[in-house]
Design a protein around this ligand. Structure first.
Ligand SMILES: C[S@@+](CC[C@H](N)C(=O)[O-])C[C@H]1O[C@@H](n2cnc3c(N)ncnc32)[C@H](O)[C@@H]1O
Length: 268
């Protein structure tokens, strides 16, 4: 595990919150399994090849563990939360997975080794926690500098049409009344109770066109967009029955109406 480098304001508050979230085991209980369609998309891209994959914001390794279990890929799992990586480490030990194919990196993307990865994962809102637009674009640029012409980026973010309308309105009101121009449309703060006390998370909600532009500004071209699910992630992660139902509906759901929007992008 490499040590963390300096991280900015939003990221350092996210680091504290996610440490609490993972330490309390609330995250594991809320999202016990990976999203089935996102996992399928990732496994299809790996296609049983020994690719070099980087799972950025890997959390407790919902996707990393599955990749190690069912493919010969070499995975670098990075996260700003040391507690997330500690939980992932425990899981690797419990499942006796091949330790020679995994590298854990603690810290922001800047501390990732300067390798050319074949597949870059940024799953389930990691980008949305990275801060305001310039910080999100900088994160995507860091990843572009670790890509080669055949690299694929799989990314999923919350849809502005489906998530947190109350917080959106509150952020809008605050922009108008307090003249907080720094806050971009889609930037919100939301609260969650973790281990009995309140935690405030920064989040950016995306439209598909905004995501496409942000990716382009960071050196990525969007090639595919799909809904990540119809139902909330916690529902399908906890109920295999709901997950099966959701997989059927996803086939006819436009990407922007997904609970999350999942895209595949390539270097420009
Ligand atoms: C919603 S969780 C998603 C975790 C995992 N990808 C999954 O699907 O379960 C967001 C994760 O992103 C991490 N994170 C937040 N901001 C980050 C940043 N700037 N760089 C790297 N990781 C970050 C958090 O610590 C947390 O583990």
């Amino acid at each position: 595990v490499s040590g963390p480098a300096d991280i900015d304001g939003v990221s350092s508050s996210m680091q504290v919150l996610y440490d609490r979230y993972f330490q309390s085991r609330d995250y594991q209980q809320r999202y016990p399994r990976p999203n089935a369609s996102t996992l399928q998309c990732v496994l299809e891209l790996v296609a049983s090849r020994a690719l070099r994959v980087v799972d950025v914001g890997a959390g407790n390794g919902r996707y990393t563990v599955e990749l190690l279990r069912s493919t010969p890929a070499h995975v670098t799992a990075s996260d700003i939360s040391g507690e997330a990586l500690a939980e992932l480490s425990l899981r690797l030990g419990e499942e006796a997975l091949d330790a020679s194919r995994i590298q854990l990196v603690h810290g922001p993307v800047e501390v990732l080794p300067l390798e050319n990865y074949d597949l870059v994962l940024l799953l389930f809102g990691v980008l949305s926690h990275a801060g305001q637009r310039s910080q999100r674009v900088a994160l995507l640029q860091q990843l572009a500098s670790r890509a080669h012409s055949g690299t694929r980026l799989v990314l999923s973010v919350p849809s502005v049409w489906r998530r947190r309308p109350f917080e959106m309105l509150r952020a809008l009101a605050s922009r108008i009344w307090k003249n907080r121009r720094a806050l971009e449309l889609g930037d919100i703060w939301f609260s969650r109770i973790i281990d009995g006390s309140r935690a405030d998370f920064f989040y950016h909600l995306y439209s598909l066109s905004q995501l496409k532009t942000e990716l382009a500004d960071a050196g990525w071209a969007l090639v595919k967009a799909e809904p990540e699910s119809l139902l909330p992630e916690w529902v399908i992660s906890q109920s295999p029955w709901m997950e099966r139902l959701d997989l059927r509906v996803q086939k006819i759901l436009p990407a922007p109406l997904g609970y999350g929007i999942r895209v595949v992008a390539v270097p420009l």
